[in-house]
Design a protein around this ligand. Structure first.
Ligand code: SF4
Ligand code: SF4
Length: 203
């Protein structure tokens, strides 16, 4: 799996959930399909009058969620920004060309109410629950640092094996200390809750 394949899957799923936070701190989620994918960026269309646009203009933080029929979750977390004025029409028309239904929603010149945002800095998490063991990996778009999540086993480990026996994905290997195979970990916390010497910490 890699970033390009994640983009291909997102394109195939077509309608994605975009989450923002409004000025009251409340989560807001919309389904968006007016998206164009480039290898190094993602462009999307909305209308300037929508609250979605207002929220993006205020902060830009956005999370996009894609779920395939194979139980794969792809989550992009990044910042969106308004594309430069002289590039707006180019990307808007490309999106309208790829998504013919948009000409029905915004016929003729009414598409001028549209605005194009770009995301070229983001973290993309791939999480596949349809394989055994489950598989996860994180990729970057642009210049971002991956935020580590989940759990790690520290040097306080006494090698008692309890975590290994309690792991639903059998993704803890023996060692000094024991070690979690991060690509196969659910982040469920069962090892953390059962360690008798509190040798496991959240990352
Ligand atoms: S339960 Fe704790 S002490 Fe026992 S093997 Fe796992 S991490 Fe080490
Ligand atoms: S968080 Fe869950 S899946 Fe991951 S190592 Fe611990 S018990 Fe296993």
């Amino acid at each position: 799996m890699d970033l390009a394949t994640c983009f291909k899957k997102m394109k195939l799923v077509e309608v994605l959930a975009f989450a923002t936070v409004d000025s009251d701190g409340a989560p807001q989620i919309r389904n968006i399909s007016a998206i164009h994918y480039e290898p190094d960026a993602l462009y999307f269309f909305t209308a300037r009058g929508k609250n979605f646009c207002k929220e993006l203009m205020e902060d830009g933080s956005v999370q996009i969620l894609c779920y395939t029929k194979y139980k794969e979750m792809i989550r992009l977390s990044g910042k969106a920004y308004v594309v430069a004025e002289n590039e707006q029409i180019k990307w808007r028309d490309k999106i309208f060309e790829e998504q013919p239904y948009l000409a029905n929603v915004y016929p003729g010149d009414t598409r001028n109410i549209g605005i194009i945002f770009c995301i070229d800095n983001a973290e993309i998490e791939y999480f596949n629950l349809g394989v055994n063991p489950i598989f996860r990996e994180t990729y970057t778009l642009g210049d971002v640092t991956i935020k580590e999540k989940g759990y790690r086993i520290t040097d306080s480990c006494i090698s008692c094996e309890i975590c290994k026996k309690n792991c639903p994905q059998r993704c803890i290997d023996e060692g000094t200390p024991y070690i979690i195979r991060q690509n196969n970990c659910l982040h469920c916390g069962n090892c953390y809750e059962n360690c008798p010497v509190k040798a496991i910490e959240r990352r």
